[in-house]
Design a binder for this molecule. Structure first.
Ligand code: AMP
Length: 390
């Protein structure tokens, strides 16, 4: 993969696709992590006297009312504070004004365009990788750097479109993600996978791709119950993904020695913080029981399995971690990993949010920011945003 250091950017107009998809409430940025994360690539380009042209999406644009809500100008202001220099902002994604500003840029100038998804209002031009739009954005610069890992699994005009017209490379953020995730291509052993979250359906691709590579797959969260039901156990009112019972049965038949299921759960009659819970063995489940977190025996066993792991990849929380009562054992296992410095990659989405809330995110080997992109990487799929750069 060509990286930014291999790209000639000296004095060039460099288009950088960033991920500035930050939470904004009433015009104020609630969390600027993604803007801070983009600084390394931007500053590197500025050191090389580049004219820096930034693009990013923000939220989704389906109708006119979405435009004002997803205006990127607060990002330009925050970026200006962080870089301690002016950041030019053009409220449009194309047109004479934009072209004039680009034309007038000096080396060391930074320009941010309006939200790329403003182009989705008229025929989803950004999200469907409209040929003309990609070519137009590419015409604004000399080279292209993609540093938005979160959209790398999508073919959009602002990543794949531009990359197909200009010399291109990935920025430092994507490089870091790929370096961390690439250990899974040829993993050291024991290689342990932990999977949680709600539905089996969302994780089928990951299970199929990793089950042959991993030494063990530990399954928790709501998805464990479909596997347990497939074994003929009573799961009460716990989450069931009926359509994928056969898939689970097949996996257990073929890889029964690798797939490790919970033996006990925190069980309640209702899924909220008010109801009481008891910890129960799966064999004691009654019809109205609902398993909402893995139990203590299961955590102890999961700890034992991962304690001598060479590498662990973990996707999905092991319980309903949004509820104070049922995040206990997800946090407990995260703490064990951090305390024992077990080389662990948190594979995006909810588990990264859980780790962040518990203060462990920056203490693990790697917390992937990608969400859907990370999941598709783990499924072994080709990522269009990367293919375009290759
Ligand atoms: P995912 O996006 O697939 O990683 O799923 C994350 C969601 O799974 C979170 O919202 C959790 O609340 C949910 N989840 C985890 N464990 C359970 C469980 N035992 N029962 C119901 N939902 C769960």
């Amino acid at each position: 993969m060509k990286t930014i250091k291999e790209l000639d950017i000296e004095n060039k107009k460099v288009i950088i696709r960033c991920d500035f998809n930050v939470p904004i409430k009433e015009g104020k940025i609630v969390d600027d992590t993604r803007i801070v994360a983009a600084l390394e690539t931007i500053k590197y380009c500025l050191e090389k006297n580049a004219k820096v042209i930034l693009l990013s999406h923000l939220g989704r644009i389906k109708e006119k009312e979405d435009l004002a809500k997803n205006d990127l100008s607060p990002v330009a202001n925050r970026l200006s504070e962080l870089l301690k220099k002016d950041v030019l902002f053009v409220e449009k994604t194309r047109g004479d004004e934009l072209e004039a500003v680009v034309e007038s840029m000096e080396p060391g100038d930074v320009l941010l365009l309006q939200n790329t998804r403003y182009e989705d209002l008229d025929g989803k031009k950004e999200s469907s990788n409209d040929e003309e739009l990609g070519a137009y954005w590419a015409s604004l610069g000399d080279v292209f750097v993609n540093d938005a890992f979160g959209t790398i699994h999508r073919a959009h005009a602002s990543n794949v479109g531009i990359a197909s017209h200009l010399p291109s490379a990935v920025g430092f953020l994507i490089e870091k993600e790929l370096n961390a995730l690439s250990v899974l291509e040829n993993p050291e052993h024991p290689f342990i996978v932990i999977l949680g979250g709600a539905k089996v359906a969302d994780k089928i691709g990951v299970i199929e791709n990793l089950v042959t590579k991993a030494d063990k797959i530990l399954i928790g969260g709501g998805m464990a119950f479909t596997f347990l039901k497939a074994k003929g156990l009573e799961i009460g009112n716990s989450l069931l993904d009926e359509e994928n019972l056969d898939f689970c049965r097949k996996m257990l038949e073929e890889y029964g020695d690798k797939i490790v299921l919970p033996v006990d759960f925190a069980v309640s009659k209702e899924c909220n913080n008010e109801g009481e819970y008891v910890v129960k063995n799966i064999k004691d489940f009654q019809e109205d029981d609902m398993g909402l977190d893995i139990g203590d025996q299961t955590v102890a066993f999961f700890k034992e399995v991962i304690s001598d792991a060479a590498i662990v990849i973990w996707n999905g929380p092991l319980g309903v971690y949004e509820l104070e009562k049922y995040k206990k054992n997800t946090d407990e296992l995260l703490k064990f990993i951090v305390d024992n410095q077990i080389k662990t990659i948190l594979g995006g989405g909810d588990i990264v949010a859980a780790a962040s809330a518990a203060g462990f995110k920056d203490k693990v080997y790697h917390a992937s920011t990608g969400g859907g992109a990370t999941l598709e990487y783990l499924e072994g799929k080709k990522l269009p945003g990367l293919e375009a750069i290759k």
